[in-house]
Design a protein around this ligand. Structure first.
Ligand code: FES
Length: 119
């Protein structure tokens, strides 16, 4: 199994995203508000945008109606900077609008302060 320390936990605040490398692969590391870490390829599956430039955001709930929006999953959704496709990091990077499609993802674990990515 290949694994690598890609950054320290203190390199990201909750709700932040950061670019790094796993071997030669350009990846992103995301930290949720409740301090879970996720890693994905730094490339949108639509047209290849660098997801390290994304915003982490939330999603609207099913109770939302036009003009009356309710939000959930704060900072758990990666919104692509080019065309706005959204990916749920807690659901394997699946696209919200089409869950059959998902980002390439990597496993992450924390040891002491190290963020370790592995396959
Ligand atoms: S490149 Fe990401 S939505 Fe188009």
């Amino acid at each position: 199994m290949k694994e690598q320390v890609v950054c320290k936990t203190s390199d990201l605040q909750p709700g932040e995203i950061r670019e790094s490398f796993f071997g030669k692969k350009n990846i992103i590391i995301c930290r949720t508000q409740n301090d879970n870490f996720y890693a994905f390829m730094n490339q949108c599956i639509h047209q290849g945008a660098p997801l390290g430039k994304s915003l982490l955001c939330g999603a609207t709930t099913d109770e939302s109606t036009p003009g009356d929006y309710h939000y959930c999953h704060k900072d758990e959704v990666i919104r692509c900077p080019w065309h706005g496709r959204e990916f749920d990091m807690k659901n394997e990077g699946r696209m919200l609008a089409n869950p059959d499609k998902k980002l390439a993802s990597f496993k992450v674990r924390i040891e002491n302060e190290d963020v370790i990515v592995y396959k």
